[in-house]
Design a protein around this ligand. Structure first.
Ligand code: 76R
Length: 249
């Protein structure tokens, strides 16, 4: 029987995408708009404290294109906390002007394809823990998309032996490493949690690097034969201090 791979799982993740109801925003009074901006600022201040204490992380970007206006990526130790964050955003004054656009639930994932070195469980290593509970980089651009591994006919990832899958992922990682310093990736697993099998979140200083890495990876066997992709979302960082300016009408 084909062997599954053991995964190491870290913080839970929620990609929460919202569209701003610009019509109501413009119709609101100056005082109401201020109250809304302050409510979001207070939430972000609270979230930043959690991040500083090492108990989670988050980023906020402006989505480019018509798929949404904002993408929040939240990471927390429990799904309850993610639900609380989503709810507190909905209950806030700002929430009155935010329409749901899309969401994605998953968990930060690393896999144990490589044999344990000197019998040490990689999950116990501090560097692994850091990757399972990552502080998200506040880089200028984000790219998020979900993906599956194919299982049709001769191209069935789930009937391949573990060694073979491990080899292909090793080749894939060599492509990935060429982008060190240019692209940071967070892979989140979503089998049993959302509609696709993985979420791919990339951060870059230069948006062209998304196109370059994703294009180059299309030729890695693990993607060319076994990759299926969902909708792509791309965005530009929205630092907390720029929010009033972004919402100015
Ligand atoms: O854990 C590790 O980092 C070791 C190597 C590695 C694994 C196991 C790795 C490295 N990835 C792994 C697993 Mn990846 N990754 C993607 C995408 O668009 C596409 O074609 C693919 C989307 C990108 C851009 C990317 C980047 N990777 C996975 C998995 C789980 C597969 C499974 O278990 O079946 C998926 C879905 C996936 C997809 N990967 C890297 C990168 C980069 C940049 C690296 C190098 C990271 C580094 O070494 O710092």
């Amino acid at each position: 029987m084909v062997e599954a791979v053991e995964t190491m799982d870290g913080w839970y993740s929620l990609h929460d995408l919202r569209t701003i109801d610009w019509t109501s925003w413009k119709l609101a009074s100056e005082a109401e708009r201020k109250e809304a901006i302050d409510s979001l600022d207070q939430l972000i201040a609270k979230w930043e404290e959690v991040e500083e204490a090492g108990n989670g992380s988050q980023v906020l970007h402006k989505v480019v294109g018509q798929k949404a206006d904002l993408i929040f990526m939240f990471l927390r130790p429990t799904m309850d906390e993610l639900s609380d964050m989503e709810t507190e955003l909905n209950k806030s004054k700002m929430g009155e002007f935010l329409l749901p656009a899309h969401s994605y639930v998953s968990v930060v994932e690393l896999s144990k394809y490589r044999p344990a070195k000197d019998g040490v469980d990689p999950e116990t290593l501090p560097e692994t823990q850091k990757r399972l509970k990552p502080i998200l980089p506040k880089w200028e651009h984000i790219c998020f998309y979900p993906m599956d591994r194919r299982r049709t006919g001769d191209e069935n990832w789930y009937t391949l032996e573990k060694d073979e899958r491990g080899k292909m992922l090793y080749e894939h990682s060599k492509t990935g490493r060429k982008y060190a310093g240019k692209v940071t990736q967070v892979i989140t697993g979503s089998i049993g949690l959302d509609d696709w099998e993985w979420g791919v979140t990339l951060f870059a200083h230069e948006p062209l690097q998304f196109k370059k890495i994703v294009y180059e990876m299309r030729f890695d066997e693990v993607s060319s034969r076994y990759g299926e992709f969902g909708e792509f979302f791309v965005g530009n960082l929205l630092p907390r201090e720029d929010i009033p300016n972004y919402l100015e009408v």
